[in-house]
Design a protein around this ligand. Structure first.
Ligand code: ATR
Length: 261
């Protein structure tokens, strides 16, 4: 999608995949300081480990606990995280304004931290977190308590909390291609009575959770808009240009459609 964006804007640049073993991280980051390099995305397992090699790490990246984007500013490297912005913008596409709503979030991993940041800083009335491993949800709720009303929900109260929620978000990997299969990220099929269900998984394009939610007449969204919008935000930070989000979305969709399901 980044190469499509470069082509769309007539920028002579390319986005490349670098497979960097942990021992070579420092040297790889040093190469990003060269003139002519816009920056980079960072993914597992370097999202946290990259921080000491940067000149500055944004507050959002520190709070989420992960850098997904590095920007080269005349040889100085800024680390930030565009996942929360990406998630917020994606919500806008399905008409969700988080201020004042109640949301239930499934999962407490890295992606959940970006979603929690987005929802709490946008002013949700209450964010309830459910996770297979409750201790991890407790940790997330503690880490984000200063940003707004966040609490852990036990399994016994989950059906009633989801039923009353305006927004249900799955941030777990359950239902993703290559994981356990066509499973639900919940002990049973519990859905909001009305509202929006978002699954940040984009492969498959409709997880079982989304199919069930759609069958129940709820508005659904998969993870593709969040993926594209986090990329669009990174692209703007790198180039200073407004990113061609539509061209990026089309490029990402084409690649995803070409992959075996
Ligand atoms: P990411 O950075 O993509 O969020 P992660 O940090 O490994 O990845 O988090 C994965 C999330 O999916 C966690 O909330 C995890 O739950 P645990 O904290 O209990 O591990 C959740 N998850 C993964 N597999 C799961 C499964 N089979 N059932 C329920 N939750 C699962």
């Amino acid at each position: 999608m980044h190469n499509a964006a470069f082509r769309h804007l007539g920028i002579e640049a390319s986005y490349q995949a670098w497979d960097i073993p942990p021992a070579e991280l420092a040297a790889a980051v040093a190469r990003l300081r060269e003139p002519g390099v816009y920056g980079a995305n960072v993914t597992i397992p370097h999202k946290l480990e990259v921080m000491p090699f940067l000149d500055e790490v944004s507050k959002v990246a520190k709070t989420i606990g992960a850098v997904n984007t590095i920007v080269n500013r005349q040889g100085r490297l800024l680390g930030t995280n565009t996942d929360a912005v990406g998630f917020s913008r994606a919500l806008g596409d399905v008409g969700v304004r988080p201020a004042g709503i109640s949301a239930v979030m499934l999962g407490a991993g890295g992606a959940a931290r970006a979603v929690a940041y987005a929802l709490l800083t946008a002013g949700v009335r209450l964010l309830l977190v459910y996770n297979r491993t409750p201790a991890r949800a407790e940790r997330l709720a503690r880490d984000f308590a200063a940003l707004g009303a966040i609490a852990v929900v036990p399994t016994s109260e989950l059906p009633i909390c989801i039923g009353a929620a305006d927004l249900l978000v799955n941030t777990t990997s359950v239902g993703m291609v290559g994981s356990k299969g066509d499973d639900l990220p919940l002990p049973e099929l519990w859905l909001p009575r009305q509202g929006v269900v978002v699954d940040i998984i984009y492969r498959p394009s409709r997880t079982r959770l989304l199919r069930e939610a759609q069958a129940a007449g709820l508005t659904i969204q998969n993870g593709l808009p969040m993926l594209v919008y986090q990329g669009a935000e990174s692209f703007s930070l790198w180039t200073g240009e407004q990113s061609p989000a539509r061209a990026m979305l089309e490029a990402a969709r084409l690649v995803l459609e070409s992959l075996p399901s």
